[in-house]
Design a protein around this ligand. Structure first.
Ligand code: ATP
Length: 360
């Protein structure tokens, strides 16, 4: 029997609604395997800020450092707390940096039974590997001469050889492990950003030398925004910067058919700290409290978590559970054209996980 300690940060709005379903599916896995999950909940986010004046406690990172993994819902409540407060003091950014989760992993696969806005049959199975701790989202810059006609702001991007190299290495290793097209595509903008992105290209090419069995490709981000729509089936692993990856992975989720389906992992590959898994959507305040959010992104995050923990058979159960429920089509949340609730969708996947293990 193996017990994993999971820190659960449900967050705000739909966060707790979808996380409850992720936990339900993990419990489904526990009921048919030797795995056990011990959850500890941390009530951080915009709600915590409104009550305590802080999004998470000062020593928050210390509190979750010893866990095996973190399951996150969504943090933010833009109707009541300005996003700039949440992001400046935020939970997500602090954990990503503090725990050196320098890879943001966002798989994109067309799921059975879910209509994609793309025309024609496409076999899309790609992963965006986004640099997660530096680049355009480095906390550097300032605002000067505020509220005067001379006001100016700087937002400095930081690109380090070490930072680029480690994320590129992760991408190449992943392409080998996936063993699909064995192709790593670097998304860059070195035709306009002559220092940072030229360094990115140089390091990418140097790392590529160590992986002669993997093909490479270099695409400018503006072209990539088009190609993701016109020929997404040609990609395998895409490695890119923090900002480009943020945008392109949202675009990739749209081609899956709903933002509610997409999952992401914030990975510390060295495992010196816990990694964090989340649906890629935000707190969706417009649909919160109605029980209609799609929980599949969060259940997919649970699958990524199990894979990261090395529990591949359990991860495969969750993956098949999701695919079978979507393929059958009887239980669908409104974003997929159905009328099922968040809880009904979670129930269906958890039940399918038990059935697949022969204990339905
Ligand atoms: P935040 O500021 O917290 O990121 P947001 O509203 O800007 O919130 P999202 O929360 O990602 O961004 O929501 C974008 C749109 O996608 C909204 O219309 C929302 O209702 C929808 N959406 C997000 N998550 C889901 C989900 N799980 N199921 C269905 N629709 C969703």
């Amino acid at each position: 029997m193996t017990t994993y300690r999971i820190a659960v940060i449900s967050g705000d709005n739909v966060g707790p609604e979808v996380v409850a379903e992720g936990v339900k599916c993990l419990d489904g896995v526990a009921s048919v395997t030797d795995l056990r999950f011990a959850y500890t909940t941390f009530p951080w986010g915009a709600g915590h800020y409104r009550e305590h004046g802080e999004v998470m406690p000062e020593d928050g990172l210390e509190l979750v450092k010893g866990f095996d993994a973190i399951l996150l819902g969504a943090v933010g409540d833009p109707y009541r707390v300005p996003d700039k407060i949440i992001f400046a003091r935020g939970v997500v950014q602090r954990i990503r940096r503090g725990f050196n989760q320098y890879v943001n992993l966002r798989p994109c696969r067309l799921l059975p039974g879910v209509a994609t806005p793309l025309r024609g049959e496409k076999d899309v199975d790609l992963v965006v590997v986004r640099e997660n701790t530096e680049g355009e989202y480095a906390w550097m810059g300032g605002r000067h001469y505020q509220d005067t006609p001379d006001e100016l702001a700087t937002q400095v991007s930081i690109f380090t050889r070490r930072g680029i190299e480690r994320v590129c290495r992760y991408a190449f290793t992943l392409a080998r492990q996936r063993n699909k097209k064995r192709l790593v595509t670097s998304v860059t903008k070195s035709n306009a950003l002559h220092y940072s992105m030229v360094l990115w290209d140089d390091v990418f090419e140097q790392v590529a030398q160590d992986y002669p069995d993997i093909q490479t490709n270099k695409v400018y981000v503006d072209a990539m925004a088009m190609y993701l729509i016109t020929r997404p089936e040609t990609y395998d692993v895409i490695v890119t910067t923090n900002l480009f990856g943020d945008i392109l992975s949202d675009e990739a989720s749209a081609i899956q058919g709903s933002i509610g389906l997409a999952a992401g992992g914030n990975i510390n590959p060295e495992r010196s700290y816990p990694s964090m898994f989340e649906p890629i959507h935000g707190s969706a305040p417009d649909i919160a409290g109605r029980g209609i959010a799609n929980p599949i992104g969060t259940i997919g995050a649970v699958q990524l978590m199990l894979e990261h923990l090395g529990e591949h058979a359990a991860a495969a159960l969750v993956e098949r559970g999701i695919a079978d429920v979507l393929r059958a089509g009887a239980v669908r949340t409104p974003d997929l054209g159905g009328s099922a609730t968040t809880a009904q969708m979670g129930d269906a996947v958890a039940a399918r996980i038990r059935e697949l293990a022969g204990r339905g």
